[in-house]
Design a protein around this ligand. Sequence first.
Ligand code: FAD
Length: 286
Amino acid sequence: MRTTEYDISHPYKAQVLSNDRITPPDTDEVRHLVLSIPDATFNFVEGQSIGVLAPPSADFGNEHHLRLYSIASSRQGEDGNLAEISICVRRCFYIDDISGERHPGIASNYLCDAKPGSDLMITGPYGRQFQAPKDSTANLLMIGIGTGIAPFRAFMKHIYEERKEWQGKVRLFYGARTGMDLLYMNDQNDDLSLYYDQATFKAFEAISTRPHFDEPPDIERCLMDNALEVWEMIQDPKTYIYVSGLSSLERSLDRIMIALAGSEKEWNEIKKKLIAERRWATLFYD
Ligand SMILES: Cc1cc2nc3c(=O)[nH]c(=O)nc-3n(C[C@H](O)[C@H](O)[C@H](O)COP(=O)(O)OP(=O)(O)OC[C@H]3O[C@@H](n4cnc5c(N)ncnc54)[C@H](O)[C@@H]3O)c2cc1C
């Protein structure tokens, strides 16, 4: 969906409560922002995103620069504060094809530079395709890279802290270039370690084999190393699969699933069935 198609007619005022870097200095900058949204009509569920209305670049003449960010908190709010949510934002840059100049991405830099105490305008929440099942015996297979971890952080908080009795298997396959880029699983912020002692939860880290060469995380190898369990889960009618992060992940995932299924035709059939049964949900972005 194009950003111009999102309804921004009911914006909310949000105040930045904190803005902390959650990756070390020598890695890509990713920040965890906690926002306070005092308007009680703002409600959301795990897996939804907010829109941030950043001031536009002078070159384009738009009124707003709208970009989406996944909510990283559960429906009970950040740390149980109903009026607060968190997001995690990677500071983006792009290279102009013609001039070769490096330009900062507008919304991500606006958010990464936002000072605690400052106000933002947000919209949404958007998207309902990424919801945890009501049945607590369901299995969750979560596959993500980079900031794609945000909705999974929300899921984990919801199922283990709010619903408490989760019985299905929960498996997280999560990739980053290095161990320190593994968001919410590194020295800067280790929220997900709260769930490591849950009998139903296991996390698998996929990091690049050559991190100094800017290589993508090796999520394919990580899934292949655990092929038996992954494939068993996919074939179990109680499993819900969620995939989140950069759109390049879609191709990686198709490659691995084709290998597991035995052929492209076979995988396409299985995927079609999973989608029809609402057990396959993706959230991709560039
Ligand atoms: C559902 C959803 C959830 C998302 N969740 C997250 C999240 O949790 N965390 C996160 O960090 N991101 C997330 N994103 C991505 C986020 O919305 C933004 O796309 C990202 O932050 C970049 O936005 P920006 O305004 O900083 O960059 P922009 O200014 O929009 O620039 C981004 C890209 O636009 C192109 N571009 C823009 N202007 C020009 C130009 N003048 N010339 C050439 N190319 C140009 C470039 O390709 C560049 O890479 C999500 C996206 C979606 C759709």
